[in-house]
Design a protein around this ligand. Structure first.
Ligand code: ATP
Ligand SMILES: O=c1ccn([C@@H]2O[C@H](COP(=O)(O)O)[C@@H](O)[C@H]2O)c(=O)[nH]1
Length: 284
């Protein structure tokens, strides 16, 4: 599918189903934050299966307590005219930043933040912060990261969701997510996905970069055992997501195997081509 041959070729015929965009949009002023993720039918933190359809069937009582269409419309009109919460009038803009481990996602995101006023949310950073916070999921997350495995979607989307809400911003660079089909299915269309930046870098170069970074990063997964496992997970689970977005015409492939400034020049071109206005960070 990709023009340039890469060591990271996804599994042949991997058929990613279209995300089911069915979760009700919960906007900031409609009770409880900017929730952009579908929260139903996600796996539990221990990886167990979601609640059964039976459990989710509405009862007569719950049906009666549901607002009618008219009530919902009225609520929406009121929320739109509420001057305290103007954000509901626009969909948040999202750019996914994907690529293999060490492809330069974080490096380029830092530059994009400076020039284009995005909020940078690295899923990996959020998970590492969760470990440090002493959360009950900390040990499980730490193990998954060391093993190069993907943390249960519910945990990651919850962290992203909270970070988006807390930021109070309207344009987001989501770095290192979605990483597999489950992550992708949890994404809700309350945001506008502008495009997906995909940094393509040969595996040998990635390995060299990560080992170098490991000399000072202190990351539990910047060692050769973890790196090999991360590459495996990337090829098996993450590349098909990039291919899915490519098929939708959303992926922008960038050769990341060049000096940082050369990569950055192309990233800038891409942002200039998109219709996202360059807003300085403090004007958001
Ligand atoms: N274009 C580049 N050329 C050479 N080295 C680079 C380039 N971009 C980033 N690096 C270096 O490679 C390492 C990995 O970069 P970075 O942390 O930005 O990657 P990443 O994709 O965010 O990684 P991860 O997925 O592991 O979080 C860092 O040490 C960084 O300084
Ligand atoms: O959506 C995500 C993002 C990350 N992980 C886990 O974290 C590590 C490190 O991620 P980086 O993007 O390299 O910082 C990754 O290998 C996964 O174990 C995740 O599970 N889900």
């Amino acid at each position: 599918m990709w023009g340039r041959s890469s060591q990271f070729e996804g599994a042949e015929g991997n058929n990613i189903s279209k995300p089911r965009l069915v979760f009700e949009r919960i906007q900031a002023n409609m009770g409880g934050g900017l929730s952009v993720f579908r929260k139903k039918n996600t796996a539990a933190a221990d990886g167990s299966e979601p609640a059964s359809a039976k459990e989710e069937k509405p009862t007569e009582e719950s049906r009666q307590s549901q607002p009618s269409r008219e009530e919902e419309k009225e609520e929406m009109v009121q929320s739109l005219s509420n001057p305290v919460t103007p954000r509901v009038t626009e969909q948040p803009i999202v750019v996914f930043v994907l690529g293999g481990p060490g492809a330069g996602k974080g490096t380029q995101c830092a530059k994009i933040v400076e020039h284009f006023g995005f909020e940078h949310l690295s899923a990996g950073d959020l998970l590492r912060a969760e470990i440090k916070s002493g959360s009950e999921n900390g040990e499980m997350i730490a193990n998954m990261i060391k093993e190069g495995r993907i943390v249960p979607s519910e945990v990651t989307v919850d962290l992203l969701d909270k970070a988006m809400t807390k930021s109070g911003r309207s344009r987001f660079l989501i770095d290192g997510f979605p990483r597999d089909e489950r992550n992708n299915q949890n994404w809700e269309d309350a945001t506008h996905l502008a495009f997906v930046l995909f940094f393509e870098v040969p595996e040998s170069v990635l390995e060299e970069r990560l080992l170098k970074r490991g000399e000072s990063s202190g990351r539990s997964d910047d060692n050769i055992e973890s790196i090999k496992k991360r590459f495996h997970t990337y090829k098996e689970s993450s590349l098909p997501i990039i291919q899915y977005y490519d098929a939708k015409g959303k992926a922008v492939k960038i050769n990341g195997d060049r000096p940082v400034e050369e990569v950055w020049a192309e990233v800038q071109e891409q942002f200039a081509k998109s219709n996202i206005p360059p807003t300085p960070r403090n004007n958001q």
